[in-house]
Design a protein around this ligand. Structure first.
Ligand SMILES: [Zn+2]
Length: 202
């Protein structure tokens, strides 16, 4: 990026090109747009970023995003259904498909597929069990990906929930093997939700 020659701009382009869907070319275009609109874009953007940095955090109970100044939605009222997803992007896709209106639990990833030291401590699995007990939840919908990692995670969760006697369902095989929830079309997602089936432990 020798042609730019301004240190500040170069480092901004580097940061922006790390965002999803953007490369150095589009990052340059964005930075140029920002520089040409200092008051209308740079100022409010700087402010908005600072506010998000300062005030938005991940809830330690349900994994959703919350404002540090208010209680998370998971503590607001009783609920009898929880949909378990791997990450926030997955939740947003299910929400925007309009097929589920209940509460979510965002794990923050999946367990590795191999048997190893990982006991799931870094994922929000223990807090899911607590939520189920505390709210007398009737159904846990496992909406993890149909990948090996997603299946492993889903098995681990159903195992962890065994004592609670909650009904556990898993998205049906409308989800392609190896597919990720985030990239499904609404139709596939709808049939997977509609045909979800109870988890049978072997
Ligand atoms: Zn929460």
């Amino acid at each position: 990026m020798a042609e730019i020659n301004v240190k500040e701009i170069e480092s901004l382009i580097k940061i922006i090109s790390r965002l999803p869907g953007l490369g150095p070319k589009s990052a340059k275009r964005i930075v140029l747009k920002l520089i040409n609109n200092r008051e209308e874009l740079i100022k409010p953007l700087t402010n908005a970023l600072a506010q998000v940095y300062k005030n938005v955090t991940r809830c330690k109970i349900c994994g959703n995003l919350k404002s540090v100044n208010s209680n998370c939605i998971c503590s607001s009222k009783k609920y009898d259904q929880i949909c378990v997803v791997e990450n926030i992007a997955d939740m947003w896709v299910i929400e925007s498909a309009g097929i589920y209106k209940g509460h979510y639990h965002i794990l923050g990833g999946t367990l590795p597929s191999f048997e190893g030291k990982n006991t799931g401590n870094e994922l929000l699995i223990e807090s899911l069990v607590n939520r189920v007990k505390k709210n007398s939840v009737k159904e846990v919908i496992l909406a993890t990906s149909a990948s090996i990692e997603g299946e492993t995670t889903s098995h681990y969760i159903s195992d962890s929930l065994k004592d609670t006697k909650v009904k556990i369902t898993r998205l049906a095989k409308g989800v392609p093997v190896g597919g990720e929830i985030e990239f499904l079309d609404d139709g596939t997602l709808f049939s997977a939700f509609k045909n979800r089936a109870p988890v049978v432990s072997d």
